[in-house]
Design a protein around this ligand. Structure first.
Ligand SMILES: C[S@@+](CC[C@H](N)C(=O)[O-])C[C@H]1O[C@@H](n2cnc3c(N)ncnc32)[C@H](O)[C@@H]1O
Length: 247
């Protein structure tokens, strides 16, 4: 399907895709690992909720990563945090094959992959308040004005993502595109269920190793902006609601 198309099914709100399906070159290794590993760690898209405890075979903190690219950073984070489970979502087949290879080589048991549009994965497969965090590192910046509608970080998407976070869970975004960074800051700040953990942009947390896309940006002289927001705890939400009622 071409990028930017509006998609939807009966009874579902249509949305504009944030990606274009690229062919890309699939190396022999990526293809082999994709075939071998997706039967073990791949989670086929489905229109009903997934039981994450069953999927990972344990109870643990759960972090969603959207658009992991070639997956080096995802694998490094999962390896450094064996007590936490990671669900990576990516549409690009070479990237999925590449992360499959890393998972196999590093013997990771705490990472699963869904190869599908993350908007539909969030909407259909993940229950409300089921996540402890979300990583969105260097989402496609779509720099041309006529393509801004394809950017992932929009109010409706943020509202959907926040609904899948437990109170206290975090959203960590990063971008090398300054104007998108400002948009992210505005959109995340405008979501009443979120609070910024920093005064504006956040220092890069130590767990986020530089990603492939980030390194490419740095070579081009781009800056990098991290954003770290948290879903407000229920007491604060109730208090805000009370203040709204009083106002
Ligand atoms: C600019 S790349 C960054 C990749 C990686 N995070 C990095 O920093 O190297 C953005 C990635 O997000 C993926 N992507 C974009 N929209 C997506 C969506 N709705 N669902 C899943 N993946 C998506 C693209 O396929 C692409 O690989």
């Amino acid at each position: 399907m071409a990028g930017g198309e509006t998609v939807g099914r009966a009874g579902r709100a249509a949305h504009i895709r944030s990606f274009v399906r690229r062919q890309g070159r699939l190396s022999n290794a990526q293809q082999r690992y994709h075939e071998q590993m997706m039967t073990r760690i791949g989670v086929p898209y489905r229109a009903t909720a997934v039981d994450l405890d069953l999927l990972f075979g344990r109870q643990a903190a759960r972090i969603l990563e959207i658009g992991f690219g070639m997956g080096e950073t995802s694998a490094a984070i999962a390896a450094a945090h064996p007590q936490t489970d990671y669900l990576g979502v990516e549409v690009h087949t070479p990237g999925v094959g590449s992360l499959c290879k890393l998972v196999a080589e590093m013997g990771l048991t705490n990472l699963r992959i869904v190869q599908h549009d993350a908007v539909e994965v969030l909407r259909d497969m993940l229950l409300p308040a089921s996540l402890d965090g979300a990583h969105i590192f260097f989402p496609d910046p779509w720099p041309k004005t006529r393509h801004h509608k394809r950017r992932l970080l929009q109010p409706a998407f943020v509202a959907l993502l926040v609904s899948r976070l437990r109170p206290g869970a975090y959203i960590h975004c990063a971008t090398d595109w300054e104007e998108y960074a400002q948009q992210m800051l505005a959109v995340l700040s405008a979501e009443s269920l979120l609070e910024n953990t920093a005064a504006g942009f956040a220092p890069r947390p130590a767990y986020r190793q530089p990603t492939r896309f980030e390194e490419r940006g740095r070579r081009l002289g781009h800056g990098v902006w991290d954003l770290l927001f948290r879903r407000r705890p229920p007491s604060l939400q109730a208090e805000d609601h009370r203040q709204d009622q009083l106002a």
